[in-house]
Design a binder for this molecule. Structure first.
Ligand SMILES: CC(C)(COP(=O)(O)OP(=O)(O)OC[C@H]1O[C@@H](n2cnc3c(N)ncnc32)[C@H](O)[C@@H]1OP(=O)(O)O)[C@@H](O)C(=O)NCCC(=O)NCCS
Length: 421
């Protein structure tokens, strides 16, 4: 089911804002399907269960031990085999990169496709405590070609006061020629088995697709940084009665950030940033809890992967954090451009600086580092500020899911403090 983007009125400017670069959306189905042949059998909250208010947060399955976990991998069709991908091996990383570059998420109109860089994949797949067995691929036995992938990375996530050892599941991808053959459920069952073998029983994942059953439904917003190019690639269009000159003026940003003391984050900042971040995230219903090692990994500045900045006040005290990551998309079938460089808001903590100002600095920095568009979800406190910062609403949702964990109440976007890549 395709969901054409709606025009967005914004200071007299109507824009078509496409979901591809914002939400991992293949279809924006707002109603559940009649039957989920796979998800209906899994330990996930189901649509139409008993009233949500009657249950408490907790696991869905009866607890198991590692000894009870199936020892053998799940069966694959003939001529396919499992592979544990070694990200440290450049050739294997390249295989994942190529699979995703050609077959990962596209928008409904097939104009854009996410194009995670190799450096990004290395960053995303190898945080502290990562396990190679959770980088799970499928090869064609006869040719060795990688045709499917799914990954998990460890994360400590707090959900309504419960601290869970989880994995974040991401990069589920099946080669276009192998779609609709029920390979995705086998990948999901196999990664579950491999995670369970390490005594982990909960997972968190996001998707544009409506599956049983989201814990939160969030909305992407997009802020033009390079309107000329966005119009050129068909991401936005020039509004009626708007000239290109007026559009450029509307979206113009300062050359440099406005907050005194704002600078690139460095390794020495990790202890203070960890404190700042964890105490901020404690105010959200679903959010990670990060060790110093994890903060050092996730927030170490890396050009074209992750941009992180702090505000340093008197006496070297860090008062604020801002960060965004780079996720380009391939532009399909456009003669002028082959790629669009999008920045995505990552973890941003307003302390001494008001959030709108910090976000405007994020836009400024994203623009000056060559990003064409800045994407943010309506999570954290963003819902209150995005419109004023000239973000336009996207046309796709991003849904958050928990595996084997039930929440009594759905979580509203402004209580979500978790960003998944
Ligand atoms: C997502 C993808 C792997 C699904 O593969 P497929 O060949 O379309 O689907 P299959 O026939 O193998 O399996 C269908 C089952 O997988 C489920 N499924 C499809 N996409 C899913 C997703 N993103 N997350 C979880 N489950 C998903 C379907 O709901 C269905 O289960 P159901 O019968 O209970 O409804 C494939 O479409 C793909 O690679 N798409 C591009 C990348 C992408 O969108 N990745 C997901 C990002 S969230």
């Amino acid at each position: 089911m395709s969901c054409p983007p709606e025009p967005v009125e914004q200071d007299g400017l109507a824009e078509r804002l496409r979901a591809a670069l914002g939400a991992l959306t293949m279809e924006d189905d707002s109603q559940p399907k009649q039957n989920y042949a796979f998800w209906g059998t899994q330990p996930v909250a189901q649509f139409g269960e008993q009233p949500a208010s009657a249950v408490e947060d907790g696991p869905i399955d009866t607890p198991k031990t590692v000894e009870e976990v199936r020892k053998e991998p799940y069966g694959l069709p003939q001529n396919f085999e499992w592979v544990t991908c070694n990200i440290d091996n450049d050739a294997e990383l390249k295989e994942i990169y190529e699979l995703l570059s050609a077959h990962y998420v596209e928008d409904d109109d097939n104009m854009f496709r996410f194009a995670y860089s190799k450096e990004f994949l290395r960053w995303a797949l190898q945080p502290p405590g990562f396990k190679a067995v959770w980088h799970c691929g499928v090869r064609v036995s006869s040719t060795g070609r990688l045709v499917a992938f799914i990954s998990g990375i460890p994360a400590t996530i707090r959900v309504n006061g419960n601290t869970l050892s989880t994995v974040e599941i991401n990069f589920l991808c099946v080669h276009k020629k192998l779609r609709h053959k029920r390979l995705a459920p086998v990948l999901i069952k196999e990664i579950t088995r491999r995670v369970n073998q390490h005594d982990i029983w909960q997972a968190v994942y996001t998707a544009g697709l409506l599956l049983p059953k989201p814990v939160a439904e969030c909305q992407y917003w997009h802020r033009s940084l390079n309107p000329k190019k966005l119009i050129g690639v068909g991401f936005s269009r020039l509004a009626p009665r708007m000239t290109m000159a007026r559009t450029l003026k509307l979206y113009k940003l300062p050359d440099v950030p406005q907050t005194p003391g704002l600078r690139q984050m460095e390794a020495k900042d990790v202890p203070q940033v960890t404190q700042l971040l964890n105490s901020y995230l404690a105010g959200y219903s679903i959010a990670p809890h990060m060790s110093e090692e994890e903060v050092a990994h996730w927030l170490a500045f890396q050009t074209d992967v992750i941009y992180s900045y702090v505000v340093e006040g008197p006496g070297g005290k860090l008062t604020d954090l801002l960060s965004f990551y780079t996720l380009p998309s391939s532009v399909i079938g456009n003669e002028q451009y082959d790629s669009l460089k999008a920045a995505y808001m990552f973890y941003t903590v307003p302390g001494a600086t008001p959030l709108p100002q910090l976000m405007n600095d994020a836009l400024t920095l994203a623009h000056s580092t060559g990003h064409d568009v800045f994407n943010a979800l309506d999570i954290f406190e963003n819902g209150k500020i995005l419109k004023d910062l000239k973000f336009g609403i996207g046309d796709g949702k991003l849904r958050y899911y928990l595996f084997n964990w039930r929440v009594a109440q759905d979580i509203t976007p402004n209580k979500v403090g978790l960003v998944m890549l």
